[in-house]
Design a protein around this ligand. Structure first.
Ligand SMILES: [Zn+2]
Length: 163
């Protein structure tokens, strides 16, 4: 007989490997998006904090959670989006930052992202580690990222935005 705590932990583990739809090398757990799993009123309530309020990927993540748990025969699932406290890039695990860089996306460079995203921010090239980079566009391949170019190796890369 499994206790409820073990069961919610199991649910947490099952969904923690769900990749971010936009950056498939990192999981929702790496991103710090997966906040909590609890059992409430007969449902497993999964609390997710979106990394970016405008990200259309949230619906995909919600569907994935329901799908993954469905394969384990768990159908009483509620996905709860919470915006308080707001997601910050501080929640990215060290592992997530390494994975982002390997994927060619510059992870946020400073730990406290309370300021608005600014072009003066030092962005390091994920390819050659140069900080001679220039902002091409505030919006990269998705709204969550900004597009940069390295002035040294000429690599064009995405920056995972701080917000
Ligand atoms: Zn470079």
């Amino acid at each position: 007989m499994v206790t409820l705590n073990q069961q919610t932990e199991q649910v947490y583990n099952w969904i923690s490997d769900i990749p971010d739809p936009e950056i498939p090398v990192i999981t929702i757990k790496d991103l710090g998006m997966l906040r909590n799993v609890k059992f409430e009123n007969g449902n497993y309530v999964v609390t997710i904090t979106p990394t970016y309020t405008a990200c259309p990927a949230m619906k995909m993540i919600e569907d994935q959670i329901i799908e993954v748990l469905g394969t384990h025969n768990i159908h009483n699932v509620k996905v709860d989006l919470t915006y308080t406290p707001a997601w910050t890039s501080d929640w990215l695990s060290t592992e997530a930052k390494v994975k982002l860089k390997k994927y060619g996306i510059a992870p946020p460079s400073h730990s406290s992202c309370t300021k608005l995203f600014s072009a003066e921010e030092r962005t390091v090239c994920p390819r050659c580690n140069s900080n001679h980079t220039s902002l091409i566009s505030r919006f990269g391949s998705t709204a969550c990222k900004a597009l940069y170019k390295c002035d040294d190796c000429k690599e064009v890369f995405d920056l995972f935005k701080c917000h």
